[in-house]
Write a protein that binds this ligand. Structure first.
Ligand code: 5GP
Ligand code: ZN
Length: 143
């Protein structure tokens, strides 16, 4: 079976499954998340099945963020109690990606809504200049 049958977002894109669509164009579809953090929580997804952002072509990637920014303004206008947004991509299983088809979350936020990042045991140490320079050099040398 290919992704158009097994992938839940491909099934939405192919109109085999219902979604409350906010936007559609040649390269992306945006629809409400079934289990929102807050009302208006939206997903913007490429119409082509990509698992990770590194697989995407630049124009689709840019369009996903462009559409995301247009939509967050509309969501805020529709629900004035929304005061902020998190734009989030879980890019891989270890980052919390549950649906293996790229999706940009537009997460509406309200004061004291209880949503937030959880920091792990590796968080908290302030790196020295030397440590940061060494890491940056290692990354740059792989470009
Ligand atoms: P992830 O954890 O992969 O970053 O996020 C997957 C998101 O997809 C979750 O927020 C989840 O609620 C949403 N989702 C999963 N299945 C469906 C579905 O069938 N329809 C819609 N609209 N959203 C879904
Ligand atoms: Zn898919």
């Amino acid at each position: 079976m290919n992704s158009s049958e097994t992938c839940i977002f491909c099934r939405i894109i192919n109109k085999k499954l219902f979604a409350a669509v906010l936007h559609e164009d040649d390269s992306v579809l945006a629809f409400l998340d079934i289990k929102p953090v807050n009302t208006g929580h939206t997903l913007v997804v490429p119409k082509k099945h990509y698992v990770l952002v590194e697989e995407m072509d630049d124009s689709t990637y840019l369009n996903m963020f462009r559409v995301g920014r247009v939509l967050l303004q509309k969501i805020k206008a529709a629900f004035p109690e929304i005061t902020a947004f998190n734009l989030l991509i879980a890019d891989g299983k270890d980052a919390g990606q549950e649906v293996p088809h790229v999706h940009l979350h537009l997460i509406p936020r309200k004061p004291d809504d209880g949503f937030g990042y959880k920091f792990g045991p590796n968080y908290g140490k302030i790196l020295t200049e030397e440590e940061r320079a060494t890491i940056a050099e290692r990354i740059r040398s792989n470009m």
